[in-house]
Design a protein around this ligand. Structure first.
Ligand SMILES: Cc1cc2nc3c(=O)[nH]c(=O)nc-3n(C[C@H](O)[C@H](O)[C@H](O)COP(=O)(O)OP(=O)(O)OC[C@H]3O[C@@H](n4cnc5c(N)ncnc54)[C@H](O)[C@@H]3O)c2cc1C
Length: 388
């Protein structure tokens, strides 16, 4: 499947999620049939100086496209705002909250899913449907399929290929911290990305990945969840409290694609989710970090507020950071090696669609959400056709 087939849906997703950005600012960018619906956000004053210093190194920094509502109380354009609330205006849409799906049940032939067993507010329910769309995220969708094993599907639903749960990917993600002598407010928006090394460079002609600045370290949730980087920073600046550390730091994310590996997988052990994950493609990731650290050292020479010779502490995201989880039910034409067909319908079942990050056959070095949204819109069109 080529990008051309996805492109209209990326554009639709960008409109739906009110993406603010600037097209054609990045040489790795594919063609767009339309500009982003809203202009790019401007950088914080300090970040603007860094942006210019990066450009002065002969690199091509760009402004991160961001989904924003611009509403003060809820500025981020999320799926509740962009999709759920508009969908609930239709009389035939019902939303069940506090609902946990426990298992999917097939008809006697085993070819169709007929029932969705769920616990809603502590009570058990069985919902019946002609078409079932699963979208629990790559890890939980795989776990649910494995949990739904029955006599017709002894290895788990949709799992005759033994591929359900396999090829879990989550990106190689490391933070690199730049220490500054001047304080920032610690809660600014992320806004800069650099793809100059995405496809490699003269010394390493293989894909290395993507760089972006984190938001202010006081507001970036992944930063808080993930790296033990602050303990390293704390050792370097022993008299600083956490807030002071955060306001004297600028965080950068280095992101590299991890490759599909069938041994990296979600499986069940005593009905509990177990994840086997060994990172691969680590040389590319290390090179990206070293390359980026060199850039930071160079720009600090010309920037006010940075001392040359400061170290750049780095830390890799640990296993529990699965923000970018994907894979586990990859799509493909061959039922022996993939779980879903091109329309994200399970090869083994005629009415079960999986429409979340699990369909990815391989990963990218950028966050997956827009592709997941675009694919959901694409599959939605197939479902409309099917229902006609
Ligand atoms: C802190 C954080 C920051 C991120 N920042 C970015 C970013 O800046 N840009 C970007 O592109 N991506 C970002 N991501 C990644 C992005 O959020 C995910 O890639 C995307 O949401 C995955 O979509 P999905 O549909 O596969 O799963 P999800 O969005 O995880 O949706 C799955 C849903 O299924 C529900 N569910 C799970 N199991 C069950 C069950 N058994 N029964 C009922 N419901 C169930 C879950 O509660 C959840 O609501 C971030 C992720 C995190 C955690």
């Amino acid at each position: 499947m080529k990008y051309d087939e996805f492109e209209p849906y990326y554009t639709e997703a960008e409109n739906l999620y009110k993406v603010h950005g600037e097209t054609n600012s990045d040489s790795t960018e594919p063609t767009h049939s339309a500009d982003y619906p809203y202009p790019a956000v401007s950088h914080e004053t300090e970040m603007q100086k860094i942006y210019e210093a990066i450009a002065n190194q002969g690199l091509h920094p760009s402004t991160i496209p961001l989904g924003l509502t611009r509403q003060e109380d809820d500025p981020t354009s999320d799926s509740e705002e962009s999709c759920l609330v508009p969908a609930l205006k239709y009389a035939n849409v019902t939303l069940k909250t506090q609902a946990k799906v426990l298992s999917l049940h097939t008809n006697p032939s085993g070819r169709s899913v007929k029932g969705v067993e769920a616990e809603v507010g502590g009570q058990s329910y069985l919902f019946l449907g002609d078409i079932v769309v699963l979208a629990c995220g790559a890890i939980n969708s795989a776990a649910l399929l494995l949990r739904s094993a029955n006599d017709s599907h002894p290895k788990g639903l949709a799992n005759s290929s033994d591929q359900v749960g396999r090829n879990l990917m989550k990106s190689l993600l490391s933070s690199v911290v730049q220490l500054s002598t001047k304080p920032n407010n610690g809660s600014f928006q992320k806004s800069i990305y650099v793809n100059d090394f995405y496809w490699g460079d003269a010394d390493f002609p293989y894909p290395m990945g993507h760089i972006q600045n984190s938001g202010g370290l006081l507001t970036d949730i992944i930063f808080a969840e993930s790296p033990p980087v602050f303990s390293i920073v704390a050792k370097l600046m022993p008299n600083f409290g956490l807030k002071q550390l955060a306001t004297h730091s600028i965080g950068w994310w280095a992101q590299t694609e991890d490759l599909p590996d069938s041994n990296n997988r979600v499986r069940l052990e005593n009905n509990k989710i177990h994840i086997d994950y060994n990172p691969n493609n680590t040389e590319a990731h290390d090179r990206l970090i070293y390359r980026w650290t060199d850039v930071l050292k160079n720009i600090e020479k010309s920037l006010d507020g940075f001392r040359t010779g400061f170290l750049h502490p780095r830390a890799e995201s640990p296993l529990q950071v699965v923000a970018n989880q994907c894979g586990t039910c990859r799509f493909g034409d061959d039922p022996l090696t993939s779980v879903l067909d091109r329309d994200c319908c399970a090869h083994d079942l005629d009415n079960l669609y999986v429409v979340d990050g699990s369909f990815f056959p391989s990963n990218a070095a950028v966050s997956p959400a827009l592709t997941i949204i675009a694919n959901a819109l694409r599959v939605g069109d197939r479902l409309i056709e099917r229902l006609k």
